[in-house]
Design a protein around this ligand. Structure first.
Ligand code: ZN
Length: 584
């Protein structure tokens, strides 16, 4: 090597080392730098020993600089290398209102554990969590499980919700369960009754509704607080049956929205008929949504409520109670509707489908539950990024699966190693092979340091042939007379083809020759170096085929890319590989 070439090479290695160092907290990784170097200058392969010392020297020099010094050099000399990373960093949520009015930003996610969580909950979870982090505040998980009749909680869902939050990377700082807090709700009910701000209504629901619609009080409303406290005791002692008594919060009877007028706060339920999964039949007076949620937001110190617009009326209702108790209503951010086309986000549809057996389990690939997304290899990072980009805007947002897939692809692409999967396999026999070929296929095109899958292609018989699996999906490409490139191997010319098999002749080895004639590239697997493989598709159908034998070393939860097929998550590997399809 001449002195000039030497200096140039040294400078090139220095660039790679500096770029690598700024990405790794100031310490360049030798393996990555060597890999990048060989990828960009393959001619150096044969001189690996000669330049190993040079790389070592340069890395030592670069790593001795401080991170800020390294960044300074990169910014000055190769600013374009930093542009991409900067853009990624700039995505931020808009600031929350009136943060300085509170000692601490506290947000909460409050699911009813009557179903598993799905993508529809992602926005509330991610926004609440991210805002809490952004202001170094607190994120609360609160189980709202006070309707054992119509929204009956189920024990397994408390755990699955905790797991989903952990998987999303949104672990709560505190957790509360409303069915543990019934005595607190009773205490406040009594206080409001005593102050004449609430009353026990024993009217038939229909009678009450008629009066409310006419802006008139029912017969109970104006009775003395003593009478209501008596009725309350009677309620607690089981003197009223289900439907016979309701505690109502007084509001303006002229409020334009009839649904706000004297809203119900607590009611009687038949606790023998509807036992609660956690507390059984201990209580027959249960708080309703607005009462429990409204009290808890204040009692738990929630500073910012972040939720959908459908809760606007609830805020109006709860504000009456806050006024009576002398409390300040938290900041409320109501975002617009989020629709995801093609995803069933209705809890009742999901539950019904499971009951009827339409869906095999909560992680059925057709569902948009977190369990299903996890099984398919959709990453929590993609969900979080997407939700941060959507943010808390008030206008309606319509997303498609493809939006989520695009975020996920960006995250998986650098991570996922590449393998061949032959869907609908058929046999291809290639004749006239001049020598034994050794195919070295990169695990990842951009990360040569990860290594290769290697297959030796041995010819047999008088015609020096080899038998490979190719996909029947490529039948349109396998036309007689056509030149085709077997990826990473050699070029062939198709001689004969039918629905079950094809025959071809070896033509040449260099990729250049395939490129010159515009030959299509197809993937292949040597017969004998294969592993039966099933890919469960998002519509729950199964794509049957063969994976290359290197897949035997994969483990469940590995996410890989089957080239020309798509990204999949490995579900099980033994005598057969089972994978779940994420997306192309
Ligand atoms: Zn009444």
């Amino acid at each position: 090597m001449n002195p000039k070439g030497d200096a140039e090479l040294r400078e090139f290695i220095r660039k790679l080392a500096l770029l690598n160092a700024v990405r790794h907290d100031g310490k360049a990784q030798t393996g990555s730098v060597v890999g990048k170097l060989l990828a960009e200058k393959p001619e150096l392969r044969s001189k690996a020993k000669e330049f190993a010392r040079l790389v070592g020297e340069v890395i030592q020099e670069v790593n001795s600089l401080s991170l800020s010094k390294q960044k300074g050099i990169v910014e000055e000399r190769w600013p374009e290398a930093l542009v991409k990373e900067k853009v990624e960093e700039e995505k931020r949520l808009p600031p929350l209102p009136n943060v300085d009015k509170y000692a601490e930003v506290v947000t909460r996610f409050s699911p009813n554990p009557d179903c598993v969580l799905h993508l529809g909950s992602a926005r509330a979870i991610v926004l609440c969590y991210e805002y809490a982090c952004m202001y170094k505040g607190k994120f609360i998980l609160r189980f709202e499980d006070t309707d054992p009749k119509l929204k009956r909680p189920v024990l397994e869902f408390y755990d699955s919700i905790r797991e989903d939050l952990a998987w999303l990377g949104c672990k709560p700082d505190e957790e509360y369960i409303q069915s543990d807090r019934i005595s607190i709700y009773y205490e406040y009910a009594e206080r409001l009754l005593k102050d004449g701000k609430a009353y026990v209504c024993t009217c038939q629901p229909e009678q009450f509704r008629e009066k409310a619609l006419a802006n008139k009080p029912c017969v109970c409303r104006d009775l003395q607080p003593e009478e209501h406290l008596k009725r309350w005791q009677h309620m607690l002692e089981g003197g009223y049956k289900e439907g016979e008594a309701v505690v109502r919060i007084k509001t303006d009877l002229n409020h334009p929205n009839p649904a706000v007028r004297d809203w119900p706060a607590l009611r009687v339920l038949d606790c023998e008929k509807y036992p609660h999964p956690r507390v059984g039949s201990k209580y027959h007076v249960w708080p309703l949504y607005n009462f429990a949620c409204g009290l808890d937001d204040h009692l738990m110190g929630v500073s910012h409520i972040i939720r959908g617009k459908e809760h606007l009326t609830n805020m109006v209702r709860q504000k009456y109670m806050y006024e009576y108790l002398g409390w300040h209503y938290p900041e409320a951010i109501h975002y617009g509707r989020l629709k995801i086309t093609g995803a069933s986000l209705s809890k009742s549809e999901i539950v019904q489908g499971i009951k009827e057996g339409t869906y095999k389990s909560w992680d059925d690939p057709r569902l948009a539950t977190f369990a299903a997304l996890r099984r398919r290899g959709i990453t929590p990072e993609a969900i979080r990024k997407l939700m941060i980009d959507v943010g808390p805007k008030t206008s309606e947002v319509v997303l498609s699966w493809e939006n989520l897939n695009a975020y996920n692809r960006k995250i998986l692409d650098p991570k996922a190693n590449r393998y061949f999967f032959v869907h609908n396999p058929m046999q291809l026999t290639v004749r006239n092979i001049p020598k034994v070929f050794s195919a070295k296929l990169r695990l990842h095109p951009d990360y040569p340091e990860r290594g290769f899958r290697e297959y030796t292609i041995k010819r047999t018989g008088e015609d020096n042939s080899v038998a490979l699996w190719v996909s029947r999906n490529d039948i349109e490409v396998l036309k007689v007379g056509k030149i085709i490139r077997l990826m990473g191997l050699f070029n062939i010319k198709v001689e004969r083809t039918d629905a079950y098999s094809a025959e071809a002749l070896f033509i040449s080895e260099p990729y250049e020759e395939a490129r010159k004639v515009g030959a299509p590239l197809i993937h292949w697997i040597p017969i004998g170096a294969d592993l039966p493989c099933q890919v469960v598709m998002p519509d729950a159908t199964v794509a049957e085929g063969i994976a290359e034998s290197a897949c035997k070393g994969l483990k469940p939860d590995d996410v890989i890319q089957f080239e020309r097929f798509g990204f999949v998550r490995v579900d099980e590997v033994d005598m057969k590989l089972t994978a779940y399809y994420a997306h192309r």
